[in-house]
Design a protein around this ligand. Structure first.
Ligand code: PRP
Length: 190
């Protein structure tokens, strides 16, 4: 999909740096769970590309599931409420679970997910987030494995979208929208 006319994309993290960091995070996870099984839970849709790359670098016996929630409206304005859109396909009771997120922003999504997944009694529940934007945090949550800590810029690519566009980009880019996009054009929220 082409870049919309007058939107500007500025590369923040190049694909080679992403590849290298994903491999390093996978090595840490492999070491931490050595000899054990690991169940990866991807948070749709943004985490799908990170999860796909991460799971292929983790040298463990792994399985995969997905969950979908939404805290944002179509133009990425926060709705203030997290809603479940797709639940897990199977139980996580007694399993080592790694929740895989593309970005940790206000923390509302992760806080909700940790609460509902803990109730399901996994053996262990950890979080891998490719990107962390701590300056935007509203809830006190942390990821156990972080790819990159980034400034308060609206980023797209490598799974992250703006209104469903730009997920396919191989680099992570700062998106500067054209003024015609309206009030959301200056959005810094995820
Ligand atoms: C994004 C991202 C995280 C969440 C983080 O999802 O994938 O799940 O926002 O934001 P928070 O820390 O402020 O809660 P989004 O709702 O945009 O859906 P998507 O993954 O389908 O793009």
């Amino acid at each position: 999909m082409p870049v919309a006319r007058r939107d500007r994309l500025e590369v923040l993290i190049q694909r080679a740096a992403i590849e290298k960091r994903v491999r390093a995070v996978a090595r840490r996870i492999t070491t931490d769970f050595k000899g054990q099984q690991l169940h990866l839970v991807g948070v749709l849709k943004g985490a799908c590309i990170f999860l796909a790359d991460l799971v292929r670098e983790i040298k463990l016996d792994t399985s995969i599931d997905f969950i979908a929630v939404s805290a944002y409206g179509p133009g990425h304005e926060p709705t203030g409420q997290v809603r479940m859109q797709k639940d897990l396909d199977s139980s996580i009771a007694g399993m080592n679970v790694l929740l895989v997120e593309d970005i940790l922003d206000t923390g509302l999504t992760l806080s909700y997910l940790l609460r509902i997944l803990r109730q399901r009694q996994p053996k262990c529940l950890r979080v891998a987030a490719l990107l962390d934007k701590p300056s935007r945090r509203l809830k006190e949550v942390k990821a156990d494995y972080v790819g990159f800590t980034i400034p308060n810029e609206f980023v797209v690519g490598y799974g992250l979208d703006y209104a469903e566009r730009y997920r396919h980009l191989k680099d992570i880019c700062i998106l500067r929208l054209s003024p015609s996009e309206g009030p959301a054009a200056s959005a810094t929220s995820r």
